[in-house]
Design a protein around this ligand. Structure first.
Ligand code: SF4
Length: 133
C-alpha cells in the first residue's frame, strides 16, 4: 500500500516546454502543490508518481522506458498535456512514438495545451483519492 503523502517527479520530453512552465507555477508558492502533503523529488528513483509531458520521439523513447523502469513499484504514471495524451501537434510526425499510453500504463490524464496548474493539482489529487477506494 502506497502512503497518502506521495513523492512525485516531473519529466518532459520534446514538447514546447509550455507544460513545464505550468508545472513551475503548480509547484511554486502561488499554487504550492506541496501544501497537500505531496513531496516533489528530482530523481524518479525516489518517486511514487511520475508525471510525463511532451512528445515522445524515436530518440527519447528508450530513455523514457529506462526512467519509468527506475520508478519503484507500485508506480503511478500521469500523462500531462496533449502531447503526452495524444501525441499533440507532433502526432503525425514520422518521428513520433506517442501517445504515452501506447508505451506504458497511464493511471491519470491531465488534459490541456498546456495543462493549467489547477488541472495539474486536480489530476494528482484525484489519482491519490482513488487509492482510498
Ligand atoms: S501539450 Fe502543448 S504546451 Fe504542453 S508540451 Fe505539448 S505543445 Fe507544449
Amino acid at each position: 500500500m502506497i502512503n497518502k503523502s506521495p513523492w512525485i517527479s516531473f519529466i518532459e520530453f520534446g514538447g514546447c516546454n509550455g507544460c513545464t512552465l505550468e508545472i513551475l507555477s503548480a509547484i511554486t508558492p502561488k499554487y504550492d502543490l506541496e501544501r497537500f502533503g505531496i513531496k516533489i523529488v528530482g530523481n524518479p528513483k525516489h518517486a511514487d508518481i511520475l508525471v510525463v509531458s511532451g512528445t515522445i520521439n524515436t530518440k527519447s523513447l528508450e530513455r523514457l522506458k529506462r526512467i519509468i523502469s527506475q520508478v519503484p513499484k507500485p508506480r503511478y504514471v500521469i500523462a500531462m498535456g496533449s502531447c503526452a495524451i495524444s501525441g499533440g501537434i507532433s502526432r503525425l510526425s514520422y518521428n513520433s512514438k506517442g501517445p504515452l499510453d501506447k508505451i506504458v500504463k497511464v493511471d491519470m490524464y491531465i488534459p490541456g495545451c498546456p495543462a493549467k496548474p489547477e488541472a495539474i493539482i486536480h489530476g494528482i489529487l484525484n489519482l491519490i483519492k482513488g487509492w482510498e477506494k
